[in-house]
Design a protein. Sequence first.
Length: 363
Amino acid sequence: MRLARPSAAQLRHILLIYAGALAFGAIGDRINLPLPWMIGAMVFASTVRLSNLPVQVPLMTRPIGQMIIASSVGLSFTPAAVAAVSTLFLPMISVAVLTITAGFVVAALLMRMARVDVITATLSSIPMGPVESANLANRHGVSPGPVIFAQTLRIMMLVVFIPPVLVTLSDGTHDATAVLQAIPWTTTGALMLAGFGVIGALAARTVRLGNPFFVGSIGGAALAAALSFPVTAFPYPVLVIAQVFLGVWLGAVFDRALLKNAAGFITGAVASSLLMVAICVGMGLGLSRITGVSWPVMVLSTAPGSVTEMALTAKILQEGIAVVTAFHLVRIFIILPSAPIIINITARLATLWRLDTHKGRSP
């Protein structure tokens, strides 16, 4: 089946969207934000959508952005890094389980504040991604709109707050852009890295892994790095493109219709998201004392979601990239496959305890 060519009007719209995203990214870069192109693009896209204007970009831009960032992160899995990560496997499992537990604590707050049902609150609170949580919401007969809003809101909070704070507080890291620009690369090495990333993504998609374009690309690049193949980083402009692609996709989720459907839900979602972030930051600080790993690395490792951005922040800090990525991947591999089971058990317990499982169908 042949794909339809975009019309001249569609091409013009796409160019205008990315021109605006790049302009906002340049402002972020000018004021020395970490992840400036991603945050700038996100702010631009959400502003456009909240102005009730469309943001229509090719669907493939998100997986392309994920593969680029994930492949860059996978480079950190050198043999020495893999050995270091293996000693932290038990804390990784513990963080995943504690994150699920924290999700239920946060869900209880959301139920009380927003007066929504237990399924909506749980799907909104456990970090499993907007797409996965929306699918489960449809399966259990609750409105996916508020769930998407809460999951995306938490990710946006993580992107906007955690990287700037950590980069500001870090010793000796003052120019995030300069750090990424200084990473050496060659044309052959970058092409080889891209090839391993694509192969890994396709393999992960074939076996139906969750988030295949990120998880698979990390796996492919990590394998190349661990085997000491001559792969190198991408040139900085390629990372800029990836940040813009992901920022536009993330910001475009927030539109007036979504906010209208979640109008009575917003205050509770903001409060519960802040609580979840605070719990996970506390978890990271506590694990830093236990494991001896630096606290910025552990805070990035325990962040409730946003693996792409947290790993890229570790790359900017030039510290613990493999550790941060491994913590998030272990959590993903535990939460995503078990999410349907968790929600099914939650629904059964809610029925047993006579909680109103459909009270929040249209908050």
